[in-house]
Ligand binder design. Structure first.
Ligand code: FAD
Length: 503
């Protein structure tokens, strides 16, 4: 560290999505006396997947001052209003975890209690009928900004699907234009200070040395610094999330740019479908104990919209997280920090929230262990909450048609999740913990979609006459339908905003 204990040289190891996201934000927000260098190896390459995001990505783009239409055009992006889950509860089932609100709370009583009573009286439709995002997504519509026909509903939140390689390249241009130095080369050794144990430099295989005083490990699953040099340790969560591989393949688009991600449950896992402007990203996330590579390949290739554009590629992973995300003077981000499958598109968000935490806690005094502990505590809580949300999708299934699904239905789950499921089942309550990325409405859609229906509703709801309840439900649905149907189609919207399509 330099005299005033601010890092004078931050070194980022790795230039995938994590590395370039870190470089772009640091180039804009660190002290002017701090240099930022990124080391990456074209020879090794990036994981190259990671194409679906959640609405928080907009905050990252806004922080950088990125023009949204330019970003959409340069990354071949499409808009995303939510995720559709097919065959997860039982074969033939279909629900959506759409972004944004579902219905409207009245007073202190959340919407789900009104919906539950109305549904039990035969006066309400499925939950998705009360979500603007879901109605628009299913109708293939997209719009941003204030709504046209009502001011009682907030604007639709949205995220993006984008090409991961183009995204990294886009951020690289941004970061290099703001002074980030890129060093091309394969890191051979990581040097540590003999006394204190901090990392002091990275030696490239050709002998060049990149010294620094704060290191961001974005080297992917390898975790070159956090694990390779510091042996931080890893918490393995395979007992809760058994999938350990994904076979990925892009395919040609068959037309129809759905503004949502689709996740279809398969015999030993699930398959993603992520529509981009120029192709569709697909992958089968699975557990190798319950299937073979051949079966995975056959299933994946049999369920594409168009011709495959490359050989299917197998990616191996162990679900879990590092015991510390910040260890000594190394902060791990992206795949180097841990991995949870992309069922709810959370990994890129975890990079972003790690960066935001890092900027808030950037060391001002020499190596405060307390600051690192706090960073680790907050990040662990965030990871735990996401893990529970993902496990819910597997645990609350009625599928028993394959050994994989029987295993998932029977597996023990974290106590925190068991409590959440039972609280909802017994009384319809959902309370969001401060560190939970997902809102009550997100939990609601997945709980109900996975067949967890409350046994009772809040007693205050009984004060409403059935006719009034019916009218409330119908009015809300009509409002959403009217709004969604006047929106442009997703294709029309793209043509106006970020149309690499037309080119
Ligand atoms: P990588 O892309 O692996 O990059 C590592 C970098 O380190 C590369 O530049 C490499 O060259 C460099 N490097 C490594 N070793 C060395 C060395 N010795 N010397 C020099 N350089 C080195 N996230 C989402 O948010 N949404 C999704 O839909 C999604 N889908 C996913 C699907 C799958 C199957 C997987 C595995 C992940 C998915 N993710 C998703 C996660 C997402 O891909 C990652 O969070 C993101 O790509 C960040 O990766 P990274 O930059 O950490 O690692």
């Amino acid at each position: 560290m330099n005299q005033d204990c601010r890092p004078s040289h931050i070194v980022i190891a790795g230039g995938g999505t994590a590395g370039w996201m870190a470089a772009a934000i640091l180039s804009s927000f660190v002290h002017s006396g701090t240099r930022v260098t990124l080391v990456e190896s074209d020879e090794i390459g990036t994981v190259g997947v990671g194409e679906a995001t959640i609405p928080q990505i907009n905050l990252y783009n806004q922080a950088l001052g990125i023009d949204e239409d330019t970003f959409v055009r340069e990354t071949q992006a499409t808009y995303k209003l939510g995720i559709e889950f097919v065959d997860w509860h039982h074969l033939g089932s279909r629900y959506m975890h759409a972004f944004g609100e579902v219905g409207r709370d009245i007073g202190i009583v959340p919407f789900q209690h009104y919906w539950r009573r109305a549904r039990s009286l035969g006066l309400a439709e499925e939950l998705g009928h009360y979500s603007l995002n879901e109605i628009a997504a299913r109708a293939g519509r997209m719009q941003r900004g204030p709504l046209k026909t009502t001011d009682v509903v907030p604007p639709m939140p949205y995220a993006f699907h984008f090409d991961a390689m183009l995204y990294a390249a886009f951020l690289r241009r941004f970061a290099e234009a703001r002074g980030v130095m890129r060093v091309e080369g394969r890191i051979g050794t990581v040097t540590r200070d003999g006394e204190g144990g901090d990392v002091t430099g990275l030696t490239i295989e050709d002998g060049r040395m990149v010294a620094g005083d704060l290191f961001i490990d974005c080297s992917g699953f390898r975790g070159l610094l956090i694990e390779g040099a510091l042996a931080t340790g890893y918490d393995d969560w395979s007992n809760f999330l058994p999938c350990n591989r994904a076979m990925a393949v892009p395919c040609a688009s068959g037309g129809g740019l759905t503004p949502y991600t689709r996740s279809t449950a398969r015999a030993a896992g699930w398959q993603w479908r992520i529509p981009l402007q120029h192709r569709i990203g697909n992958g089968y996330v699975h557990c190798d104990a319950f299937t073979s590579e051949e079966e995975v390949r056959d299933t994946l290739l049999a369920n594409l919209d168009g011709a495959p554009q490359a050989e299917p590629r197998m990616l191996r992973f162990t679900t879990g997280k590092r015991r510390k995300f910040w260890n000594r003077n190394v902060i791990a981000l992206g795949l180097a920090s841990g991995f949870m499958e992309p069922l709810e598109s959370t990994s890129i968000h975890l990079i972003q929230s790690g960066l935001s935490r890092l900027l808030k806690m950037m060391p001002e005094r020499d190596g405060s262990a307390r600051v690192a502990d706090e960073y680790n505590r907050q990040t662990t809580l965030e990871y735990d909450a996401i893990r529970d949300f993902l496990v819910l999708h597997y645990k609350a299934t009625e599928r028993d048609d394959t050994p994989f699904w029987r295993h998932c239905a029977a597996m023990p789950v974290p106590d925190s999740l068991a409590h959440k499921i039972e609280l909802f089942r017994e009384a319809g309550h959902i309370f969001r913990a401060a560190d939970d990325l997902f809102t009550e409405v997100g939990w609601l859609q997945v709980l109900v979609g996975q067949g967890v229906i409350p046994q009772r509703h809040h007693p205050l709801v009984d004060a409403i006459e059935p006719d009034d309840l019916k009218s409330y439900m119908e009015t809300w649905e009509a409002l959403m339908q009217r709004e969604a149907m006047q929106m442009p189609t997703h294709e029309q919207f793209l043509a106006r905003h970020g149309a690499a399509l037309a080119a």
